[in-house]
Design a protein around this ligand. Structure first.
Ligand SMILES: O=C(O)CCC(=O)N[C@@H](CCC(=O)O)C(=O)O
Ligand SMILES: [Zn+2]
Length: 349
């Protein structure tokens, strides 16, 4: 039986378990609001739809923070991290001091433990959902809904506030550098070292600088709202319950500090403490006959000698062009027209 907004509100206030409620409503859920009374101030909580929840402390705040997970449904560690923060905030076990929008991107894909149902959500932002056939499946509609949620959240906060968006993922393969972040293209604006120090406090000190627009969620927030936005890869994909959560203590502590106004355990930026790469080749699959010419278990950040044949796309060949050039996100099974491999090369800021 479908529950009313009132029943859902009562259940969420009793349990704090927004993840289960989200999984029980794969594409939509009635909206509702309630207040959490903390020791110092109360916080308005607004559930806008399934997987979309906003916390607004009734006191001065300076930052608008978006924490998203499950843009790929099977990337469970970030989901567990966000679910825990949401639960603690609802139960009043932590008191937020910043406006925070939590997003659980693709509940239906979570339930089938897959990256997506019909189409990769993280290729549908910045309006891509409405191109090439338009809003023809539920993931396209969801991408638009997520965009609207972010737009409304940042707009309601107003200008001249610090805007952050950490889009949390895990990678399909093992990575030589287990945690890393993609820094979306900034159209010539400087890379922010304060942001890199924040990521370092999260345990992320490998950074991939992007030099072109993409249809990812983090680029959407960066480009449209001037948010400090990142795709953050926190390790390897594992099923629910199989993550070693001790691997995520730094990121959990640091995100909690960000939204509750505690001091961040970061150190001044020292470039030598980071591995900085820039994205070099973006290799799309355009042919049915697409082959990657390295082992299936090759880890992200494995480099191959100059001239090495990385991939063939029909008759087209892609080789390593630069000393130290390494593979990221290889996936020969993507849909035609989609990214099947990135290469990165070491760089300086
Ligand atoms: O491990 C993989 O192959 C993919 C992991 C993942 O989902 N990565 C993101 C990166 C997004 C970006 O480039 O900012 C993705 O592919 O969507
Ligand atoms: Zn992902």
């Amino acid at each position: 039986m479908t529950k009313s907004a009132q029943e859902l509100s009562a259940a969420l206030q009793a349990t704090g378990d927004f993840l289960s409620m989200t999984r029980a409503h794969e594409w939509h859920m009635p909206a509702f609001e309630f207040e959490v009374n903390g020791a110092q101030h109360s916080t308005q909580v607004s559930v806008l739809d399934t997987g979309i929840i906003v916390f607004e402390p009734q006191t001065a705040t300076s930052k608008d923070v978006v924490l998203s997970c499950a843009v790929h449904g099977n990337e469970t560690a970030p989901i567990e991290i966000c679910a825990e923060l949401v639960e603690k905030a609802i139960k009043g076990e932590i008191t937020l001091t910043q406006r925070v929008l939590f997003l659980f991107g693709n509940p239906a894909a979570m339930n089938i433990a897959e990256r997506f149902v019909e189409e990769n959500l993280n290729r549908l932002f910045s309006g891509a959902h409405s191109e090439d056939g338009g809003l023809k499946n539920k993931e396209r509609i969801r991408a638009k809904d997520l965009e609207d949620a972010v737009r409304n959240f940042f707009t309601a906060g107003g200008d001249n506030r610090e805007r952050k968006h950490y889009d949390l993922h895990t990678a399909i393969r093992e990575s030589k550098n287990a945690k890393f972040a993609v820094y979306p293209f900034r159209h010539g604006k400087p890379w922010k070292t304060t942001e890199l120090s924040f990521l370092q406090a999260c345990g992320v000190s490998t950074i991939l600088l992007s030099h072109s627009p993409t249809t990812t969620f983090s680029y959407f927030s960066s480009n449209n709202f001037g948010a400090d936005a990142f795709t953050v890869e926190l390790g390897k994909v594992r099923p629910f319950g199989e993550n070693d959560m001790t691997q995520f203590s730094d990121v959990k502590t640091t995100l909690k500090a960000l939204i509750t106004g505690q001091s961040i355990n970061s150190t001044p930026f020292v470039e030598d403490d980071f591995s900085i790469y820039e994205i070099d080749q973006t290799i799309n699959r355009t042919e049915q006959n697409f082959v990657l010419h390295f082992p299936d278990d090759a880890k992200n950040f494995t480099d191959y000698p100059v001239g090495y044949l990385l991939a063939t796309d029909g008759d087209k060949q892609y080789h390593v062009r630069t000393e130290g050039e390494a593979i990221i996100f290889p996936n020969a099974n993507v849909a035609l027209g989609q990214r099947a491999l990135l290469t990165v090369k070491p760089t300086k800021l």
